[in-house]
Design a protein around this ligand. Structure first.
Ligand SMILES: [Zn+2]
Length: 134
């Protein structure tokens, strides 16, 4: 990988996260390269050792790509686009627990811009108190 042409944009601990962001960027026409995803997928414990999964974009795309990433929030919203609150502690930092099977459909949803379609098929996890609910 020629260093002068590509820039490291983000690191991810989990391949599911990296794949979601990759799909989002690619849907906006940005070329994305993931490094070390195979290693992390083969054993998630290696993620720390290799410094996570690295997401690279072309240097010329960096500012556009960071703008897109800043717009993407993995925190979940309900049908009215309100952030879902944790029923236990009330925090609005709730993430979907995404199964491997769910990734393909999630990418589709991101591409078609209908993130709120997600509902009870997925388990929610509060990032504040770690409470899990549907
Ligand atoms: Zn909570």
């Amino acid at each position: 990988m020629p260093e002068e042409k590509f820039t490291l944009l983000r690191r991810f601990q989990y391949s599911s996260e990296a794949i979601i962001y990759k799909g989002k960027l690619e849907s906006q026409g940005i070329e994305v390269f993931l490094r070390d995803i195979t290693i992390v997928d083969s054993n998630p414990l290696y993620s720390n050792a290799v410094g996570g999964i690295k997401l690279f974009v072309k240097t010329e795309d960096v500012s556009k790509a960071s703008e897109i990433l800043n717009e993407v929030s993995l925190f979940s919203v309900d049908d009215d686009n309100n952030l879902i609150k944790c029923p236990k502690c009330g925090a609005e930092q709730v993430e979907l627990e995404i199964s491997i099977d769910g990734i393909k459909s999630l990418i589709k949803v991101l591409i078609f811009g209908a993130f709120a379609i997600f509902s009870t098929k997925y388990k929610y996890t509060c990032q504040n108190c770690k409470h899990e609910f549907n």
